[in-house]
Ligand binder design. Structure first.
Ligand SMILES: Cc1cc2nc3c(=O)[nH]c(=O)nc-3n(C[C@H](O)[C@H](O)[C@H](O)COP(=O)(O)OP(=O)(O)OC[C@H]3O[C@@H](n4cnc5c(N)ncnc54)[C@H](O)[C@@H]3O)c2cc1C
Length: 474
């Protein structure tokens, strides 16, 4: 183990993740240089030179740590002394159960705290590949990483490892799929290298259902691309499902919805006219993605239309589909468990570029990256919160919880918000309420979420208590 050195940790990108990482590093007593390219070099979405600028909505989403996954993440970050959460709480505006903020006040609070910290130096200017003598670097340059740095990262990771668009197919909670209608089977029962021959969930459609579904896709309300997204190439192999439908009524039936090689286990006599397939998305087997269903349909339309698919009538979506400009790594392959690039371990990644999604998640990954980078600098063994916490579940999903496609096809790792599907299941899910009555339907789901939240916070507290480094107290 090496002792403390004079050289600072370098954090590239003064957005949500980079600001949080720099704060955690400085709080641990380690000097840090935070590099932000604005205002010298602009991005297509930022408008100011402030640190931690919110580029779109001013909401950090639900602030309920008793039964909501993102609310739980808020609370865990607070318990670890998050600067982002402190600035958000201090600049809250009324928004019902959500934590919404005055965006200028929020960014000003983050900027002021970092500027005032004696161990933080803020340098303005774009960084390309970090110089060789920067031996502990966090890259937190976000979905709009500058092209120079993106090219340098691509040269290190390989052509296909850095995506510039997320083409997201909806992801469904496994336990919300009606398996009395759907069934497990791989096409032609093929096991492939990592499969069993029954790896996909199949939802059958009759001709009438298929034709109604295609008509609904065509009529559904879609979102449009931003001007600056239009020129980014993305279409190869990931056409939106509604664009495929526009190409002709039979296109989907010969593409992602082809019924060949599949036999309805519930009705072997009735050959399906079309089949929607869902593929396991995480190692826990709690989430399944709709194969080939990347889409620009508006979120409400996706829920309405996709719940007409037999077996998905009560589907709960861990995330809905989309197509956006985004720069992110194929992290499960490229990053080690403490977020270091395997090909160049002096570089660690944080924020949306790692394949998390959202302001809170990006800040959370920044918090973890800052803590492990500081531990490494101090010669301590870097460790991360347990997988049962929201922080642990998120980072585990990014660095290893996701499974790649079972068969050949486009890579499947796509950015994801925190959700309960990323948590290891409870050893014993609640079955009865405090009054002794048997729980049913929605009550049971709420009780499960509450139990997951309680377990997470208890495990986080135990983890914090076991660490020499106290939370970054205000
Ligand atoms: C248009 C758009 C809208 C979004 N809207 C929302 C939303 O409403 N709600 C939500 O939860 N999430 C939203 N997101 C997703 C995401 O949560 C945010 O982008 C979030 O800001 C990501 O945090 P980050 O720290 O990873 O990146 P950012 O906050 O973008 O920070 C990255 C920083 O790195 C700097 N930078 C880039 N390249 C370099 C370089 N080479 N050298 C130095 N500095 C560099 C940038 O200027 C920027 O300040 C949106 C994303 C986009 C692109």
């Amino acid at each position: 183990m090496s002792g403390p050195r004079i050289q600072a940790i370098h954090v590239i990108g003064g957005g949500l993740a980079g600001s949080e990482a720099a704060w955690q590093i400085a709080h641990a007593g380690v000097p840090v240089i935070l590099h932000e390219m604005r205002p010298e070099t602009a991005t297509a979405a930022h408008k100011t030179d402030g640190l931690a600028e919110l580029v779109c909505s001013n909401s950090f989403r639900a602030d309920d740590h008793e039964q909501n996954a993102v609310g739980l993440l808020h609370e865990e970050m607070r318990r670890l002394g998050s600067l982002v959460m402190r600035a958000a709480d201090g600049n809250q505006v009324p928004a019902g159960g959500a934590l919404a903020v005055d965006r200028d006040g929020f960014s000003a609070a983050v900027t002021a705290a970092l500027t005032a910290h004696p161990l933080v130096t803020i340098e303005r200017g774009e960084i390309g590949l970090p110089p060789d003598d920067w031996d502990n670097v966090i890259v937190a340059t976000g979905p709009l990483t500058s092209p120079t740095l993106a090219d340098a990262i691509r040269a290190l990771t390989g052509q296909d490892a850095l995506a510039f668009f997320d083409a997201i197919a909806p992801i469904v909670h496994r336990d919300s799929i009606d398996m009395s209608v759907a069934w497990f089977q791989s096409r032609y029962d093929k096991a492939g290298s990592g499969g069993t021959g029954a790896d996909y969930i199949n939802c059958p459609m009759t001709r009438e259902q298929y034709e109604g579904f295609v008509a609904a896709l065509l009529a559904g309300d879609k979102t449009s691309f931003h001007d600056w997204e239009g020129s980014t190439p993305y279409f190869d192999g990931c056409l939106p499902v509604e664009v495929m439908a526009e190409r002709g009524p039979e296109t989907l039936r010969h593409g992602p919805m082809k019924p060949v090689g599949l036999t309805n286990r519930h009705r072997p006599d009735a050959k399906p006219y079309a089949v929607v397939q869902l593929r396991q998305d995480n190692k826990l087997g709690t989430l399944f993605n709709m194969v080939g269903f990347q889409t620009k349909l508006k979120h409400g339309e996706q829920v309405r239309i996709f719940r007409t698919i037999p077996g998905l009538e009560n589907a709960e979506f861990a995330r809905l589909g989309g197509l956006h400009r985004n720069t992110f790594l194929n992290s499960p392959t490229l990053l080690d468990p403490t977020l270091r690039l395997r090909a160049m371990p002096r570089l660690r990644f944080a924020g949306q570029i790692t394949g998390c999604e959202g302001y809170v998640e990006s800040s959370a990954v920044g918090l973890l990256a800052g803590r492990v980078a500081a531990a490494e600098w101090q010669g301590r063994v870097p460790d991360l919160p347990p997988a049962t916490t929201a922080l642990g579940a998120l980072v585990n999903h990014i660095t290893g919880g996701h499974i790649d496609t079972i068969d050949a096809g486009p890579r499947s790792f796509q950015p994801m918000n925190i959700n309960f599907g990323l948590f290891p299941p409870l050893a014993q899910a609640p079955t009865h309420g405090p009054d002794g009555k048997k729980l049913r339907g929605p009550e049971k789901a709420v009780a499960r979420k509450r139990a997951l939240c309680r377990r997470a916070l208890a495990d986080l507290d135990a983890w914090i208590a076991g660490r020499a480094l106290a939370p970054a107290a205000e």
